[in-house]
Design a protein around this ligand. Structure first.
Ligand code: ADQ
Length: 787
């Protein structure tokens, strides 16, 4: 995210608030961020000011939302002591917050960038604690909250961004309890041992907990937050929901969702840029201007001590000195955009980097050859894309980084399948871009080895790795990020207001996740088998049960674990659901690279798209329609009841029928209809699920399809996880050496049991760790201990 010192891309869109027609948002969304997404540009001829916006990540992310909903954006306009009137531009209604010189020194450069920033980045640089800074931070947050309260219509969603504004959620809730409040932290959230240093730790937590939903970059950040809240405030989390204590008002206690939502980039925009002939031409020119070296390594960072630029330079210098890089053959282009230049730690860093660069060039350069080309400025997006295309290796060596968008931009740009990414395990991007060469930048030997591996990576391997990473990126670009975040905000805001079955099933109270005894050994067996099939039910297993099936979403942790697992050699992943494949896909769960069995196995599709999504026969069609008509006639009038036509049958869902007696009567009536059709000689199979009854015109079950799948695969054990009675067919079909896990209560043929989808996610994360060494969050086995 942009901040005052950042020199970002310069493909500017120019807006003039004097001339622009005002466009008021049709539905209310308010974004609150330290900066407005525009900069003022004075007209040299004394005309009206214009405003230009950077197409930076956050603005891009918000664009489709803004197009649809309109948006008010509250933030600092960039000047000092300037009171700017609100103005309209490009779909945004911009609401400037004025900051004074003292505000900038104490709130922005001080508390935000010299206290919170280093603290949250694992104290790479010592955080400064000053009471005046804290006071000023509070005051300025209060000002932002007041502006947001004034700008928000009744019932609006207010989305607050980043570490400069952590007190705003609670301040805003105090003023405007009608609002839906969300917060996203772009930087890491530290572990308890570090966070606890902060003298104002309680206030910060209480500030954040004013939100309905708090988003983080990584699973680990969200887990750290929940754990810190438990330890410091004594408030427990169930899964990803923090349940606040009753406040004595008689209102139902609030719940706050604290969950990861890894940010991304506008992939299409980067792909389009790199397809432009002039950008490709420029990439060739860049290489020529560098003297056509054999290899180009690129680093692109804000000049910040968290980015590990020193470590990168050290490794590079050693490689030149020890002969692993031939002098003259490799150039490191280090783009370092100016940042926070008034903060002392940044001034020192700049001096140090620039000294090191000159040393390397002095020691290893020659006339006409500089091993490091150092560029301390911002570039337009086209130039960035050309640089990415020109580089054989992108080195991201952050010591800590919320996400690191540069890594994602490089991958997006390399549609030519060339290039290798060296990526620090301490950057959030490492969770998703697992086919990068992952390094620990503190380990200089390991970093050198990683750089060498990338520099010498065969083209075929570059292509394979890029392809996998691009697939990941394509399925999670920034538009999806913002829409998923806002959808989750809506759901979180609805959840606490509605009692009873509307809520996601919460796990038992105050419970850290511990997996069942004995399962670790079983998972280890699966982790070491040459071939393994991981088969999973969807609703109630990978996703919490919700009243509207279309709202069900796979838990991010489970999705991440499956994404890593399915790329691991020898692992196949199958989703085995009662849903039709179409309905399964509509939940947004990743379907590529997975075997899909839908409609309880009546539909089966292999990873390459082949399979048996055979159309129902004429006879099956007729029977399904007959059944549907009879069910509609008998039950169609019941409030909340849903009759769902499936490819091979009809489902009757009663989860949203408020009158529970009517719900159970409906099930009985549906059974009766099915029985009478069966008695009339129509083959129908009836299944009872959780508040659903399904009648299928084609006989299939999860056990049969599981057997069908495994028999086509190399021999190996199966892990099957499911929560429903229909999953029992799956458990019964398991063979010795397989592992069955039942989610939730109820009689079961499964050997193991977990409480809910969160625990199922922890189990998958554990298996991922055992099989691939990739850590997906810390909860679960070996995770947090009870207090
Ligand atoms: P940043 O610390 O700023 O962001 P990053 O995620 O890498 O880090 O984003 C930097 C952006 O600036 C990229 O889009 C990059 O292309 C651009 N950029 C960098 N140098 C540039 C230059 N010289 N000229 C032009 N453009 C340049 C914070 C967190 C990150 C998190 C983001 C988004 O620190 O961890 O990924 O927010 O949430």
């Amino acid at each position: 995210m942009r901040d005052a010192g950042d020199a970002m891309a310069a493909e500017w869109v120019t807006w003039s608030h004097e001339t622009e027609e005002s466009e008021s948002p049709s539905r209310p969304l308010v974004v609150v961020a330290n900066r407005l997404p525009v900069d003022r540009v004075a007209d040299p001829d004394g005309g009206p000011d214009t405003w230009r916006t950077s197409p930076g990540g956050l603005v891009t992310a918000m664009e489709p939302v803004v197009r649809e909903l309109g948006c008010t954006w509250v933030g600092w306009a960039g000047g000092v002591d300037e009171a700017t009137e609100p103005f309209q531009a490009g779909g945004f209604s911009l609401q400037p917050v004025a900051l004074s010189t003292r505000d900038l020194e104490e709130y922005y450069e001080g508390f935000s960038n010299d206290t919170i920033w280093p603290l949250y980045h694992d104290v790479i640089s010592p955080p400064q604690y000053h009471r005046e800074w804290w006071e000023r931070y509070r005051e300025v947050n209060e000002r932002f909250a007041a502006e947001a309260a004034a700008a928000a219509e009744h019932g609006a969603t207010v989305w607050i961004h980043d570490y400069q504004l952590q007190l705003v959620p609670a301040m805003l809730r105090e003023k405007r309890p009608d609002l839906v409040i969300a917060f996203f932290l772009h930087i890491p959230f530290p572990a308890n041992g570090i966070f606890s240093q902060l003298p104002w730790r309680r206030q910060i937590l209480e500030g954040l907990l004013g939100a309905d939903l708090i988003g983080f970059q990584r699973v680990q950040d969200a887990a750290n937050f929940r754990s810190v809240v438990r330890r410091i405030l004594g408030v427990p989390a169930h899964g990803n929901v923090v349940s606040l204590p009753e406040d004595g008002s008689g209102e139902e206690p609030r719940r706050v969702v604290a969950q990861e939502f890894p940010i991304s980039i506008d992939v299409r925009q980067f792909v389009e840029l790199t397809e432009r002939p002039e950008v490709q031409q420029r990439a060739a020119e860049i290489r020529a201007e560098l003297g056509n070296p054999k290899r180009v390594i690129l680093g692109v960072d804000r000049l910040d001590y968290t980015k590990g630029i020193r470590h990168r330079l050290k490794a590079y210098a050693e490689m030149l000195a020890d002969g692993s890089l031939e002098p003259g053959e490799t150039v490191l282009v280090q783009v370092a955009s100016p940042s926070r230049e008034r903060v002392v730690a940044y001034q020192q860093l700049r001096d140090e980097i620039e000294l090191t660069v000159s040393r390397i060039n002095g020691d290893h350069g020659a006339i006409g050859y500089s091993p490091v080309v150092y560029l301390h400025r911002g570039y337009p997006r086209e130039e960035m894309a050309a640089l990415y295309l020109a580089a054989d290796v992108l080195a991201v060596t952050a010591l800590r980084d919320g996400m690191n968008l540069v890594a994602k931009e490089y991958v997006a740009c390399r549609t030519d399948g060339r290039g290798a990414l060296v990526l620090s395990e301490f950057a959030g991007a490492a969770d998703e871009l697992s086919r990068a060469v992952i390094v620990n930048p503190h380990d200089i030997e390991g970093l050198k080895a990683g750089l060498l591996k990338a520099l010498h990576m065969p083209e075929e391997e570059q292509r394979r790795r890029m392809h996998v990473m691009q697939r990941t990126l394509n399925s999670s670009d920034v538009l999806r990020w913002s829409s998923e975040f806002l959808r989750a905000v809506d759901a979180a805001a609805r959840g606490p207001l509605v009692s009873g079955p509307e809520r996601p099933q919460a796990a038992p109270p105050t419970r850290p996740i511990f997996l069942p005894t004995g399962i670790d050994a079983a998972l280890r067996r699966l982790a070491t088998a040459p071939a393994v099939l991981i088969a999973l039910d969807f609703d109630g297993t990978l996703a919490h049960l919700v009243s509207r099936p279309e709202d069900a979403r796979i838990l991010p942790r489970s999705e991440r674990a499956l994404e890593v697992l399915q790329e691991a050699p020898g692992v196949r992943v199958a989703l085995v659901s009662g849903r039709s494949l179409e309905s399964l896909a509509s939940t947004g769960v990743r379907t590529t690279g997975r075997i899909l069995a839908g409609s309880h196995g009546a539909e089966l599709r292999w990873e390459d798209g082949s399979g048996d999504p055979a159309e129902p026969t004429e006879e099956e069609f007729v029977l399904r329609d007959l059944l549907e008509v009879q069910l509609e006639q008998a039950l169609g009038h019941i409030d909340g009841l849903k009759i769902e036509r499936k490819p091979y049958g009809v489902g009757v869902h009663t989860r949203r029928v408020a009158d529970r007696e009517a719900a159970s009567a409906a099930i009985t009536e549906a059974e009766r209809i099915a029985r009478s059709l069966a008695d009339a000689g129509h083959p129908l199979r009836t299944r009872h699920g959780k508040e659903v009854i399904e009648m299928a015109v084609r006989d299939s079950d999860k056990g049969a399809v599981l057997t069908q799948i495994r028999d086509r695969l190399p021999e190996g054990p199966v892990l099957f996880i499911g929560d429903d009675v229909t999953d029992e067919d799956g458990f019964r079909a398991l063979r010795p050496g397989d592992v069955g896990v039942r989610v939730g209560p109820g009689e079961s043929a499964a050997e193991f049991r977990v409480a809910d989808p969160d625990e199922a996610g922890a189990l998958l994360a554990r298996l991922t760790e055992l099989r691939t060494d990739r850590v997906i969050g810390s909860e679960g086995l070996g995770g947090e201990a009870p207090r």
